[in-house]
Design a protein around this ligand. Structure first.
Ligand SMILES: *Cc1c(COP(=O)(O)O)cnc(C)c1O
Ligand code: SF4
Length: 462
């Protein structure tokens, strides 16, 4: 076991950048999961079976203890227990992603940070956080469809996920109830989708349909076909995309679930016949999530002809260092996974320790531009809270860095409205934090900011 642990440490994420010279892309081929005591004797064939991955997912504290055995220090366990009392998300990790964590350095591990919040790392929520930060429920056209933009819509046929991410923007519906959040979850109800297809048929402006959730990975093969065919047969729909975190957290789905891949392949073929695009949008945040299992999965996906793109969330302590971000972007590109968006973290509850400021995001956006091919440069965006939609990070109307508030307009999606994003208070300069601690002062300061933003937006409109 010690041998495997050493391999993991040496394969340090983001060790590549810096120092000049060409980057090399290292796809971990080791049997890294054997460093987890419970899976010491699991062979590569078993580990590579998606059913085994699903059945052996870690979903509880006893499950973590059982997997880690002697690696589970009491400090770690009590910190996770404390975290669970504060988070809106439950625990769910596939063995693949669980064993990509460097457990000997769990406190700072960028993968642990995404899936297992530690009580000691929480900071109080910003007073402005919202359950439905993106107002997806407000823009609902049918129970399963959010229609906000003129020519594209978001179809949410499922709320099930193969993993639960601490930073989930849909934590209000995804991932089962927790100590601080009760949810009425539903699985995939294929009978209820007809009204959505009907709506899309009756709205010929809709050319792009995003199929998200939850996670499209957990749709059955017949459901992938049902959704794919129904949508592609609508003459006015030009492009569809399935959103799944699967490639990042269970790449063996694509190498071992032949039926699912066959269903996707059929949908892609129909797309080609009709000159329509079928894409798969996935979600990697760091280069350590990419291993030789990912490259094998990408070989299979390339054969189907599906176009693969990546959407990341900018997360403090995970991918907010330029070198990491740059390397991840290049490594994804090397596998034909096209970096698409890098989102500023949504203002959802239980996440302020994971958020960054607009200023940091702007800095990273500036550095990324020109560092890689333009078509592989992710667009850094703020999904404006309250339903403003995705906005280029530098396109705010006004930004007060001291108290961390920015104002955004969205002339196409919501003309005449202004949207506000609030930086996490713990990341503000000292003076800004002091202002937030004084009720009267912050109220005055925000009122002034909003009135300045309104005048400026008004001036731009006319
Ligand atoms: C992100 C999103 C889309 C798709 O937008 P793109 O910029 O084309 O990726 C559509 N509808 C909603 C509500 C969205 O949030
Ligand atoms: S996979 Fe996506 S929808 Fe599911 S928990 Fe993670 S962020 Fe949320």
């Amino acid at each position: 076991m010690s041998e495997n642990v050493t391999t993991l440490i040496n394969e340090s994420p983001c060790a590549q950048p810096g120092g000049g010279g060409p980057l090399t892309y290292d796809f971990d081929r080791s049997e890294f999961w054997r460093s987890i005591p419970l899976w010491r004797d699991v062979d590569s064939k078993t580990f590579g079976d998606f059913r085994w991955q699903q059945r052996n997912s870690v979903t509880s504290i006893p499950g973590i203890k059982e997997a880690l055995c002697e690696l589970a220090s009491s400090a770690l366990i009590s910190d996770i227990e404390a975290g669970l009392l504060k988070t809106p998300m439950n625990i769910r990790l596939t063995p693949y992603i669980f064993s990509r964590i460097h457990w000997e350095n769990f406190e700072n591990d960028p993968i642990r940070r995404q899936f297992l919040p530690l009580g000691s790392q929480f900071v109080p929520d910003h007073p402005q956080v919202m359950d439905d930060s993106l107002a997806e429920d407000v823009d609902k056209a049918t129970p399963h469809l959010t229609h906000r933009y003129p020519d594209k819509a978001l179809f949410l046929p499922i709320t099930l996920c193969p993993v639960y991410c601490s930073f989930c923007t849909r934590s209000r519906v995804v991932g089962g109830s927790t100590a601080v959040k009760s949810k009425s979850a539903y699985g995939a109800k294929s009978k209820e989708w007809d009204s959505t297809f009907e709506y899309i048929r009756n709205h010929p402006d809709l050319e792009d349909i995003v199929i998200s959730g939850g996670d499209a990975l957990l749709l059955r093969p017949d459901q992938i076909r049902q959704i794919g065919r129904n949508l592609l047969q609508i003459p006015t729909v030009r492009r569809i995309r399935f959103a799944t975190k699967g490639l990042a957290i269970m790449p063996m789905k694509f190498t071992s679930d032949n039926e699912w891949v066959k269903a996707l392949d059929d949908v892609c073929r129909l797309g080609r016949e009709k000159m329509k695009e079928v894409a798969l949008h996935t979600h990697f945040n760091t280069d350590r999530e990419i291993s030789s299992w990912t490259s094998e999965a990408m070989k299979v996906l390339s054969d189907t002809g599906v176009r693969v793109r990546n959407q990341s969330v900018l997360i403090s302590g995970v991918n907010d260092a330029f070198d990491c971000l740059h390397y991840t972007t290049k490594k994804l590109s090397s596998l034909l996974i096209q970096p698409y968006y890098l989102y500023l973290h949504d203002m959802v509850p239980g996440c302020d320790h994971l958020r960054t400021t607009v200023r940091e995001a702007e800095y990273l956006s500036n550095r990324l531009q020109g560092a890689i091919a333009g078509f592989n440069t992710p667009r850094v965006v703020c999904d404006a809270p309250g339903g403003g939609g995705k906005r280029e990070i530098s396109s705010y109307t006004l930004y007060d860095q001291e108290i961390g508030v920015s104002a955004w307009t969205s002339p196409t999606a919501k003309p005449n409205e202004i949207f506000y994003y609030y930086d996490p208070i713990n990341k503000l300069p000292e003076d800004g934090r002091v202002i937030w601690s004084k009720h009267g002062e912050i109220k005055r300061r925000l009122a002034k900011f909003k009135s300045d933003a309104e005048s400026k937006a008004e001036a731009t409109r006319t």
